[in-house]
Design a protein. Structure first.
Length: 247
């Protein structure tokens, strides 16, 4: 099927993990996909494979996010969907030992980035009178205090910003939603567990359903939220955690 036929989509952090899988799935569903990442070599490789556009950008710098949106509009004349996906784990460890600089750096990659993405994509979509903005929160942001502190705080901020932006932008026909995955087997989680087998086992053990989550499952949820089937889903953060947060 071609559930995103004719839609122009910009995905940040698209060189790896959830972003890369989302780029593949959205392209297969007929979207004109533009990939963006701070890792230009990996991003360009995947873009070439998909016949997609690529623009290098560090999402923690507003002018670079602005340029990425402008690049997508320049290539395809419009922007129908923005996926604020880029992220990292960033500073880990005790609050008492975290420097202000480390805190701000991680926070800006995980939350300031989403503000920039919503603002820059939102301005374009306001002109068009419509669009969809999706962002990656996390189980850590839903429950708070799990995982690295600044990570969890920033991901909680993504949920609040999603609700605020949705209420501000609804008047222009723009929907703003987020997803909050639990552990997903990606290079980010492989780093934490040392390797892929460790990540698969960790994600399996962490799942009440007894099965690890993979990027395609997050991409499929993003596809639903990006599609017209979700035309009345707004201001929502869809938790994809196998039920961990209820267990
Ligand atoms: P990943 O490490 O596989 O991919 C992240 C991508 O973001 C990489 O290609 C990286 O180069 C890029 N990136 C990092 N910093 C950037 C910056 N400043 N500017 C632009 N690009 C940058 O990670 P993933 O697991 O696919 O994570 C994607 C998103 O999903 C992140 O926001 C992450 O916090 C969120 N998330 C992941 C999990 C999980 O378990 N994997 C769970 C919940 C939420």
């Amino acid at each position: 099927s071609e559930r995103l036929k004719g839609k122009v989509v910009l995905i940040t952090g698209a060189a790896s993990g959830i972003g890369a899988e989302t780029a593949r799935l959205f392209a297969a569903e007929g979207a004109a996909v533009v990939l963006s990442d701070i890792n230009a070599a990996a991003g360009e490789r995947l873009a070439a494979e998909l016949g997609a556009g690529f623009v290098a950008a560090d999402v923690s710098v507003e002018t670079q996010v602005e340029a990425a949106v402008a690049h997508a509009v320049c290539l395809h004349g419009r922007l129908d969907c923005m996926v604020n996906n880029a992220g990292m784990i960033g500073v880990v460890g005790s609050i008492l030992e975290t420097s202000a600089d480390d805190w701000h750096r991680t926070h800006s990659v995980l939350l300031d980035s989403v503000f920039y993405g919503i603002k820059q994509a939102g301005r374009q979509m306001r002109e068009q009178r419509g669009g969809v903005i999706l962002s990656l929160s996390s189980l850590a942001g839903v429950v708070g205090g799990v995982g690295p502190q600044v990570y969890s705080v920033a991901k909680a901020g993504v949920i609040a910003l999603t609700r605020g932006a949705a209420s501000e932008l609804a008047q222009y026909g723009i929907r703003v939603n987020a997803v909050a995955p639990g552990l997903v087997v990606t290079p980010l989680v492989e780093q934490v567990y040392g390797d892929r087998d460790g990540a698969v086992e960790g994600a399996r053990r962490g799942s009440p359903l007894g099965s690890p989550a993979f990027p395609i499952e997050i991409a499929e949820t993003l596809l639903y939220l990006a599609s017209d089937e979700a035309r009345h889903v707004n201001a929502h953060t869809l938790v994809i955690d196998s039920g961990v947060s209820a267990a």
